[in-house]
Design a protein around this ligand. Structure first.
Ligand code: CDP
Length: 221
């Protein structure tokens, strides 16, 4: 149980670079606490897919902003959002400040009014603890070696039956990390009050245990 001293909805922010384990931890947290979950990367991916489908140049800011304004929650349920190709376009459009401003509202609305009136939310992404929900009750920032992350992503794509080339995945992850960390607006960085956890040598279960331990220490009266 999360202590009543926290305002409702309780917000758990999970940030970190590509394939650091955010999705798995966020799903486990949402199930454990019966909270709603928003994978904010899917919003940027859905926009990336729209840009690709439309034949728009990802550097055509005005056109990309128009497409961002047309996004709906239904767009997050598309099957082909997870490819590295879509991820690469997502990280290009995510660097456009006006695009981020449009998508910020989408994310904050979810955090304030979670579906099914859940008592809490888990949002995962790059800037949840710093920009989207700076007052989140709990902030987790996951990191892992780039080779470990590339191996995880490689296996994940293989399990989905998608074509995967390890060296290409590693290169995509390194490029995306650089773009996400160096952009001028909402760069990938831990909030000052985040719990930073290196998952390179941790199993899925051990990661979850460490995160729950952090939450329980913050949750004390
Ligand atoms: O799953 P993975 O960690 O590879 O990526 P993702 O979370 O699906 O995010 C895809 C891209 O969207 C990232 O590389 C970021 O450029 C962007 N993104 C962002 O800028 N801010 C967020 N809150 C979430 C994603």
């Amino acid at each position: 149980m999360i202590n009543k001293k926290f305002t409702r909805p309780v917000v758990i922010a999970v940030d970190g670079p590509a394939a650091s384990g955010k999705g798995t931890v966020s799903n486990s947290l949402a199930n454990h606490f019966d909270f709603a979950r928003l994978d904010t990367g899917l919003i940027y991916r859905a926009l990336g897919l729209k840009v690709l489908g439309d034949g728009t140049d990802a550097s055509d800011k005005q056109k990309v902003i128009l497409l961002a304004n047309q996004l709906s929650f239904d767009d997050l349920n598309q099957e082909n959002l997870r490819s590295e190709k879509v991820g690469a376009v997502a990280s290009r459009v995510a660097a456009i400040p006006d695009v981020r401003a449009v998508l910020l509202k989408f994310q904050r609305d979810f955090a304030v009014h979670p579906p099914a009136e859940k008592s809490g939310v888990v949002l995962d992404g790059r800037d949840i603890g710093t920009i989207v929900c700076p007052n989140a009750n709990f902030k987790i920032f996951l990191i892992a070696d780039k080779d470990v992350r590339a191996t995880r992503r490689f296996k994940e794509l293989q399990e989905r039956g998608l074509r995967a080339i390890y060296s290409q995945i590693l290169r995509d992850i390194v490029d995306r990390d650089a773009r996400d960390s160096l952009r001028s607006v909402a760069p990938l960085e831990p909030a000052k009050d985040a719990f930073v956890l290196d998952t390179s040598k941790l199993s899925v279960d051990a990661t979850f245990v460490a995160v729950l331990r952090y939450i329980s220490t913050q949750n004390k009266d």
